[in-house]
Each structure stands twice: as structure tokens, then as C-alpha cells.
Ligand binder design. Sequence first.
Ligand SMILES: *Cc1c(COP(=O)(O)O)cnc(C)c1O
Length: 495
Amino acid sequence: MNYLSTRNKDLRMSATQAIAKGLAPDGGLLTPAVLPRLPASAVETLKAMSYQQRVVYIMNSFLEGFAASELTAYAAEAYGGGKFSHEDVAPIRKVDDNTYCLELWHGPTCAFKDMALQILPYLLAASMEKNDEKRTVCILVATSGDTGKAALEGFRNVDKTKILVFYPKDGVSDIQELQMITQEGGNVGVSSVVGNFDDAQAGVKMLFADEALAETLAERGYFLSSANSINWGRVLPQIVYYASAYCDLLKAGAINKGEPINVCVPTGNFGNILAAYYAKEMGIPINKLICASNQNNVLTDFIKTGTYDRNRTFYNTISPSMDILISSNLERMLFELSGRNDKQVREYMSQLAEYGSYRVDTSIRTKLTRLFGAGSCDDVQSKAMIAKMWSEHEYLIDPHTAVAFQVLEDYRNETGDGTMTITVSTASPFKFCDSVLDALGVQQRLDGIEILDQLSSRTGVPVPMPLARLKNRQRRFSGVVEKSGMRDCVLDFLK
Ligand SMILES: *Cc1c(COP(=O)(O)O)cnc(C)c1O
């Protein structure tokens, strides 16, 4: 199967090239030339499979150039061997008669980024080999928390790869910092950068644009790459859990064969909900895609009005992984909704770059409102939802998941739509202890690692293993650099 750019359909490449490159040379997003349709028997077949087998079944049709035996090996490495604390990998949990929650945080870093970043390194390393790439790739990441740790854990000790993560000195939580500076593995590096996330990200962008640096590294046998969420190798593994969740609902007797469901997804960069759309297009009976935003509600407005406008106040919220005003993966959605009109996508994206806004035509608007529900809520509402889920269902959820439950409640009140719905849970509540304890009315909150036990004793919910283990982990990285020192840091790391 070929991949093409959302900005130019004539620009085509193979699956291995799409994964190795990450982004099309014209700035467009690489997208499958055709979306495979699942056979009518797929759900029955998938239902009997393990999660790892479901991965192979779904991903195979997108990845020409990979043998099923190769994918089987990657799936076993990525999702087996005790890497996930739940044997279903992405289990569903019943909330009430027409609501289930899909838990995507049982991986090694307790956030949903693990679902893709556990398998991407294998896809990337194999793609490089198949493309005859002899050099070693060094993944550079600037992170505000979740992505850096998930990427470190995914790339840890994967052949022909190295990974170097920069995080803002004062921009991540104590737990997140501890997760990164205790990272194990022979091919990993971590450094903090003086400043905020924007400084770290601007620094990494400069490194990618530095041709002299690229030349020096090439002489040493390295090239730089990123693992960001627009890489097709990060979207594809996310399609699997929607198909998987549908099968698990059937298995649980919660729905009948062929019965459509809704999904409600806490959304930032639009990668997760885009995967749900692809699952639907492939034939999984999904009806509405409900897009949930925090106070940064640029997507809610877009879906409701047809105008995307990033010219607005940016809010730092208690669901930081959704604090985004440019949702990059939306470009793939526009490509599909415009009937794969690359010229139109190019036009919208250049308006976005120039004016920070664009307005889609009536045909796209009609499709948008037919496909999507949308809503947003603020921190006060998401904290209230955390408290409510705890008191009514004894279900402890994180602030991102709380946004989705709040938006689902509003959507149901507004529309009366009582369809069975899967709400997607994207992080363990223990990654956000401070906000969760606050929501539960605890005024005196502890610092550092102690807060994990505080949340656990308050609720009786055990601390997830990967976080509990941080206590005994050795601190391996203590480097702090100025933005101007990041270049030397890379040269030193790739000696
Ligand atoms: C990344 C992330 C999101 C947003 O996912 P997108 O694919 O960017 O829409 C939501 N919640 C958590 C906890 C995340 O880490």
C-alpha cells in the first residue's frame, strides 16, 4: 500500500518510507492511499483473538513490506512480556448500563502515549533496515511531560536507535521529572532545559534545522528524527484499540452483533479521535465521534461552526496534554472530509499558517456535524466530575478522562442520544495526584513521590507498579542546559 501527502496526492511513497520520514517533504501528512475495509467476518475473528493478535490483524493491511511474522514479533515485544499491567492491554470497564471506559494507561508510563510509542520503535527500526539505511537514528524530543517518558520507554534498548529527551526545568510535575531522570537503557539521554516548554521545543526545532550539525552527525553515522504524533506509525497502532474495544463490548454481552456505539475522546492533537474515525471507516460500527476539549476549545468551536480559529487565549489547565491550539492531525480529517481534495487542504493549511484561521465549505461542515459531537469544559467542571465519578461509581479518573465524561454528560443532555458509549481514558489518575486529591477535597497535599501514597491511602486504589517503583530507582540524569547548550548536548550524546 502506498502513502500520499494530504497536500499533494501525486507525492507517493511506501509504508516503510512513510514511517521513516514521518512527514511529507511538502509539509503534508502521509496518509494511506486507500483505507482498507475489514471483511464482514472481521469482528467475529477479532473477538476470539488476544490483543497482540488483533494488532497484527489490523496493522497488516496497512503495512505492505512487512511480513505477518515480523508484526507478530513486534506486537509481542511491545504489548507482551509484562510491559502492560493488564493482560487485555487496553481493557474496558463498565461504568453504567450504556457507558464503558476504555483504559489506555496500563502501559509502562501510565499514559495513553504508550499504546503507540511501544510499537513505533520496532516499526521505525525495521523500516530503516528495509530502506537500506545504515546509519543509526537519534530521536530528539522536546516534551511537556507524557510524550518524553513514553518515547524513552519505547525506544529503550531498541537496536539502531538512540533517544535524547529535553524537558523544561520548571515545566513538568515532580513525578514526571522523576520518571524521566530515572530512565533505564543504554541508548537513552535526558536533559532539562532552562525555561519553559516553548524554549525546549524551539531549541529542538533549531537542532533539526542545523545543517552543519546534521553533517557532523552523518560523519559519525547518525541522523536525527522525531517521533511526533503526526507520524503514521503513531496513528496506526491507535486504530487497533477501537476495534478491540468493540469486540470486548460484544464479549461482555453489552451490545448485540452489529450494534453501533459512540466513542467520546479527550482530544488535543486529534490523533486519538482520528484513529477512531479510521476504525469506523474500516467497518467497525461506530456512530458518533464525540470530541472532548478542555478550556482550549478550538476544536469544539470548529466542529460547531466550521471555522477553525487559533487566535484566542491559551489556557494552562489541569489536563495539560490537551492544552493545544493547533491540532496537527486534523489535517488528515480535512483531507478525508473534502473527498481527498489535496488542493483544498493546502489552501486551508496556508490560511492557518498566515492568518491563524480558516473556514471550511458547506459540504465539509455538513459531514463534520453528521460525524462528530463536540463539547468542552473547564477545570472546575472536570474536578467536579472526578469527585462525582468517585462518589457514584468508586471510579478514580484523571483530569483528561474527566473532561471526556463531562462532555459526554452534556452531549447526552443536549441530544438525548442514549447509544452505548465508550469513553476513552488516557492517563492513570496517579500521574496527576495533586489535581485528583484537590478534586476529592484534600487540602493538605504532599510533595514529590509521597503524594502517590497519599492518593492511594485516601482512595484504597493501589499505586500503579511503574510509578510505585520510582521510589527505588537510581537518578541517572541531572544535566541542566541553557537553550544555547542543547547543540553541545547532542554532540556529546552522539560521540
Ligand atoms: C496526548 C494526550 C491526550 C491527547 O491526545 P491526542 O491524540 O493528541 O488528541 C489526551 N490525554 C492524555 C493524557 C495525553 O497524554
